[in-house]
Design a protein around this ligand. Structure first.
Ligand SMILES: Cc1cc2nc3c(=O)[nH]c(=O)nc-3n(C[C@H](O)[C@H](O)[C@H](O)COP(=O)(O)OP(=O)(O)OC[C@H]3O[C@@H](n4cnc5c(N)ncnc54)[C@H](O)[C@@H]3O)c2cc1C
Length: 553
């Protein structure tokens, strides 16, 4: 099947990247760069790009056209279950998707994009993830981790060439932060940069891994710390550098066998590159603040990816339960099944509320470096829901779903890393609590209800928990308590967003069901939080811990 696509549809003039580490079961997996040959790349591009690209449609017809194309490619011309259990993506599919210009939603109007309007980008991500979560992540990486940082912090020179390349030549870009020894504590990264006055360029070296689009992206944003001296000591601030892959210097040492997200290549990269001065992002204050802005904006836009995924989980579950007969009646009629379906609908509604929040509060030019509570709440809560919804669909579908060629099985492994990347949820929940406690300390308030009922992100939701929240917080609580509290606070923030969506005229039954679901979650999280006993770890657990010894024979 793969071969047929290649033989019939590949434009042979284009670069084809064969990734040696990814030859499996006799199939050659090919990641395909849509960039035309390097020679063509350097030719000047016509300025009237929008005419040929037809990206000036109104957003609804733009999204409808995109959805139709995805449906045609994933359902009509192919079987998505077969397609998505093979690593990579057939080149003609990627080419036809990119011809719809989904990434133009992230590009400002001055550079011939659709205007980088947040609601447009989120609608595109939602349409992508309804069809395929990895496809949406691919778009999200390009948009939130490359194009938006470029739009906000890139030099005029970098923006004017690179945006055009994305529009015309369907380029791809990713972000490398994580290193094998520094993941969650990324600020201690060991990749370093040095400026050379003679060449007006930066030399950057290090080792990065797990960057989405490894071996595939045409451009990379590479993060590094400046060398303080010749002894290799690194400074604290972080620099972001745009690297054109065609200049060489990124050596893929290994491709990973990622558990899910088969469409996307991951691996380990040795970095030894030179980047012109014009291709360093220019922070408004410090590099760390710029990094916070980039990461918070990205987290705030997770609902683009999650809403489509959650809608798909909900539709698949409804469809399955209505047609599956168990014990002589439709699965749909069992009370426990209804509970699961109601939760799926609530997750979709709450995720929609987050999309609404981000679309109405976070334009591209809004600095999000201080929006930590909103960003961390959205990212951690909605990714928990993504995985919970996938688990629930698999439970409802039963054994038939426990296959890579079934959406339920794939959804479970595809959604899992969303709880790990861009901030591990455990850490984000802790940070939500720490931010709230910091604000409480500053305002000299110790009572949680008094603070939350006056805080813009919880003022209405807190009203539903007057009794539960009516206690003085312990400012020195243990880390596990901070995480437990953060889980509850993140859901209070999500509930507030759902209340606001309700006020906008969104389906009131969906809103009221979602409020019931999230309220019960919050109550149970606070009851865990107030449970005083804390289990410890028994280090020498081997002592008397084999049950067989105690069986009386
Ligand atoms: C599918 C996927 C895609 C990714 N895409 C990218 C990408 O495009 N670009 C990129 O740069 N990186 C990417 N990453 C890397 C990702 O950002 C890191 O995996 C993440 O930051 C966690 O780092 P780590 O894996 O080294 O885990 P570690 O830092 O070792 O943490 C592992 C776990 O330890 C616990 N933990 C860690 N620190 C603490 C703490 N302080 N308190 C309590 N518990 C803690 C948490 O449970 C955490 O999940 C991706 C990862 C995956 C799986």
């Amino acid at each position: 099947m793969f071969k047929t696509h290649l033989n019939t549809d590949v434009n042979k003039k284009r670069d084809v990247l064969v990734i040696p580490g990814m030859i499996k079961c006799g199939k050659i997996v090919i990641f395909y760069s849509l960039r035309q040959s390097t020679k063509v790349k350097n030719k000047p591009l016509s300025l009237d790009i929008t005419k040929t690209l037809n990206i000036k449609r109104d957003i609804q017809s733009f999204i409808d056209h995109y959805k139709d194309k995805l449906n045609e490619l994933f359902s009509e011309r192919n079987d998505e279950n077969e397609l998505l259990m093979t690593r990579g993506l057939p080149p003609y599919i990627l080419r036809e998707i990119m011809e719809c210009n989904p990434l133009s939603t992230f590009i400002p109007e001055d550079y011939d994009g659709r205007g980088a309007i947040t609601s447009e980008a989120l609608s595109m991500l939602e349409a992508s993830s309804y069809q395929s979560l990895p496809l949406s992540l691919m778009m999200g990486i390009n948009g939130a981790l490359f194009l938006q940082p470029l739009a906000n912090y890139g030099s005029e020179e970098a923006k004017s060439t690179i945006f055009k390349e994305f529009l015309r030549r369907k380029n791809m870009g990713g972000l490398m932060i994580t290193e094998p020894d520094f993941g969650s504590d990324a600020l201690r990264m060991q990749t370093g940069f040095k400026y050379h006055e003679d060449t007006k360029s930066y030399e950057i070296d290090g080792l990065k891994h797990w960057a989405g689009l490894t071996g595939w992206a045409d451009y990379w944003l590479i993060t590094a710390r400046g060398y303080k001296n010749d002894e290799g000591e690194l400074g604290r601030d972080i620099g972001f550098f745009i690297h054109d892959s065609s200049n060489g210097g990124i050596d893929v040492k290994e491709y990973y066998q990622n558990l899910g997200l088969y469409m996307l290549p991951y691996g380990k990269n040795k970095i030894d590159i030179e980047v012109p001065e014009s291709h360093r992002l220019e922070p408004k204050t410090t590099g760390v603040t710029m990094m916070l802005d980039i990461l918070h904006r990205s987290r705030l836009q997770f609902p683009g990816m999650s809403t489509g995924h959650l809608k798909r989980m909900m539709d698949e579950a409804l469809d399955h339960c209505k047609t599956r007969i168990v014990g002589g009646m439709s699965l749909f009629n069992y009370d426990q099944v209804k509970e699961r379906l109601a939760k799926l609908q609530s997750y979709f509604t709450i995720s929609s509320a987050m999309s609404y929040f981000t679309s109405t509060n976070v334009p591209l030019n809004q600095n999000t470096s201080r929006m930590d509570v909103a960003a961390n709440s959205i990212k951690s809560v909605v990714t928990d829901y993504m995985h919970e919804a996938s688990q629930s669909l698999l439970q409802l579908v039963g054994a038939k779903g426990y296959r890579l060629d079934h959406i339920a099985g794939r959804a479970m492994v595809d959604s899992r890393p969303f709880q790990i990347f861009e901030g591990s949820n455990d850490i984000l929940y802790q940070q939500i609590s720490e931010s709230i406690l910091k604000m409480m300390r500053k305002s000299k308030e110790t009572n949680l209800y008094n603070f939350l009922s006056d805080y813009s992100l919880t003022e209405n939701s807190a009203e539903h928990f007057e009794e539960t929240l009516n206690f003085d917080v312990d400012f020195k609580m243990a880390q596990r308590k901070l995480v437990q509290l953060g889980r509850a606070l993140g859901r209070l923030v999500s509930m507030e967003m759902t209340i606001k969506l309700g006020e906008s005229g969104f389906n009131s039954d969906m809103i009221s069901n979602s409020l019931k679901v999230v309220k019960s979650e919050i109550e149970s999280l606070f009851s865990t939080y107030s449970f005083a006993e804390t289990p410890a770890i028994i280090e020498d657990y081997d002592d008397s811990s084999s049950w067989l010894k105690f069986v009386n024979q």
